[in-house]
Design a protein around this ligand. Structure first.
Ligand SMILES: NC(=O)c1ccc[n+]([C@@H]2O[C@H](COP(=O)([O-])OP(=O)(O)OC[C@H]3O[C@@H](n4cnc5c(N)ncnc54)[C@H](O)[C@@H]3O)[C@@H](O)[C@H]2O)c1
Ligand SMILES: O=C(O)C(=O)C[C@@H](O)[C@H](O)[C@H](O)COP(=O)(O)O
Ligand SMILES: [Zn+2]
Length: 372
């Protein structure tokens, strides 16, 4: 199926387009342009078949090197970056050449980091193939890898030259991965776009929300990307927002606990699932701190829960998780900082909650319950 593409421009210092549609992958060449002689396609061995049309289009126009990386989160390791750098060196990559990433957020994070660091930066175009990577990871220029100490601790801000979201790729995505992507979509609903919440909560048949070929999911994708673009254009490097808004850190809503859970699970839990749990946790904290109504806290449970996301976690894990949360990037020295929502007359405004009360944290975590 080919439909009209939507083009969302990212009007930052180095502008680029996010192209969204069904059957739009041939446009990868337009996003790369004429400058590159060599292109490296970074893709996991498991997605090589899905990437075949892109590989063919690239090979017809450029000297193509395919760099195979491990699947999923395993790719986000220093060893994979080294493998990629060596492949670029062997191919004689220069500053006019380009990287194309094809895969989920793990691939766009790793491939983006490789592009950011090779020769201190070569052009990169992301072709995200999971819902989560389309609505979040591929847009906005955060790149990174994990280390033993935690998630995304090494990385850079490095914007792509283009992002191609071909919704047709979602047809082969396992249902659980699609659901995980909804974790970031619903997050965007709470932090910035109530219409996202309305679609998730009030679309009569939830299967329509999760249908990759249907109009509801497409609208959700476009809305979530629009939220992300607005945030990163205002504060690309996470230096802070104006008038009490947290700036780019708002996109980290729910992520302080989420990243700690991912590390505790040795990345055996999907990022979007962990984000859902983390968002319910910070809603509990905000409620117990007098910032958020009981109704909006409950809305967190129902919105994430409606699409099949987990909203609770191992009750015994709190002490370990708190220790990991303390080394979150938003922390300043010994001070933990959480992104929370403050409610006034039904309007939700994001803000930073610095040095939250430990008792409140413990009670909020306990209130999550272990149920998924
Ligand atoms: N840079 C950012 O701004 C940003 C934002 C959000 C998340 N992230 C990162 O993204 C990562 C999570 O990304 P993810 O949820 O896409 O997971 P992922 O990249 O691990 O992919 C999930 C699984 O789906 C498979 N897959 C991908 N596309 C497929 C398709 N079309 N058909 C069949 N299988 C497919 C992959 O092989 C993998 O097994 C995390 O590391 C997270 O930290 C980064
Ligand atoms: O783009 C951002 O900024 C985000 O925080 C988006 C998050 O959804 C994403 O998971 C990101 O990778 C988190 O980054 P980190 O800086 O907390 O490692
Ligand atoms: Zn995230």
């Amino acid at each position: 199926m080919t439909t009209d593409a939507t083009v969302l421009p990212v009007r930052g210092a180095a502008p680029y387009d996010v192209v969204i549609g069904h059957g739009v992958s041939a446009r990868v060449v337009d996003l790369l342009g004429d400058a590159p002689t060599r292109v490296a396609l970074v893709v996991s061995d498991t997605l090589r078949g899905l990437a075949a049309p892109i590989e063919k289009a690239l090979a017809e126009r450029y000297a193509l090197t395919v760099i195979e990386i491990p699947e999923g989160e395993q790719a986000k390791a220093a060893a994979t970056a080294i493998t990629c750098w060596e492949a670029l060196g062997e191919a004689g990559f220069t500053r006019s050449d380009a990287v194309v990433t094809f895969g989920g957020g793990a691939t766009t994070d790793l491939g983006g980091f490789v592009a950011a660091t090779w020769l201190r930066g070569v052009r990169v175009v992301h072709v995200p193939t999971t819902l989560l990577a389309m609505v979040d990871a591929a847009v906005g220029g955060k790149t990174g890898i994990n280390t033993g100490a935690g998630k995304n601790l090494v990385g850079s801000f490095f914007e792509p030259s283009g992002v191609l979201c071909d919704l047709a790729f979602l047809a082969s995505l396992p249902h659980a991965e699609l659901v995980a992507g909804m974790g970031e979509v619903v997050k965007c609903g709470f932090i910035a776009d109530p219409e996202i919440l309305r679609l998730v909560e009030q679309t009569p048949d939830v299967d329509a929300v999760l249908d990759p070929a249907g109009p509801v999911l497409r609208e959700l994708v476009e809305r979530a990307i629009a939220v992300k673009i607005d945030v990163v254009v205002a504060d690309l490097k996470e230096t802070g927002g104006a008038d009490g808004h947290p700036g780019r850190e708002v996109l980290n809503y729910g992520h302080t606990l989420a990243h700690a859970i991912e590390r505790a699970e040795d990345y055996g839990i999907r990022h979007g699932e962990a984000v859902a749990i983390g968002c319910v946790f910070v809603a509990e904290v905000a409620h117990r701190s007098g910032l958020l109504s009981a109704a909006t806290l409950e809305r967190h449970r129902t919105a994430f829960g409606r699409v099949g996301l987990p909203i609770g976690y191992d009750a015994a894990a709190f002490a370990d998780l708190l220790a990991t949360m303390r080394v979150d990037k938003k922390s300043r020295g010994a001070q933990l900082r959480l992104i929370v929502l403050e409610e006034s007359d039904g309007v939700l405004s994001p803000r930073v909650l610095a040095a939250p009360d430990e008792q409140v944290l413990a009670e909020s975590y306990a209130a999550l319950g272990s149920a998924s």
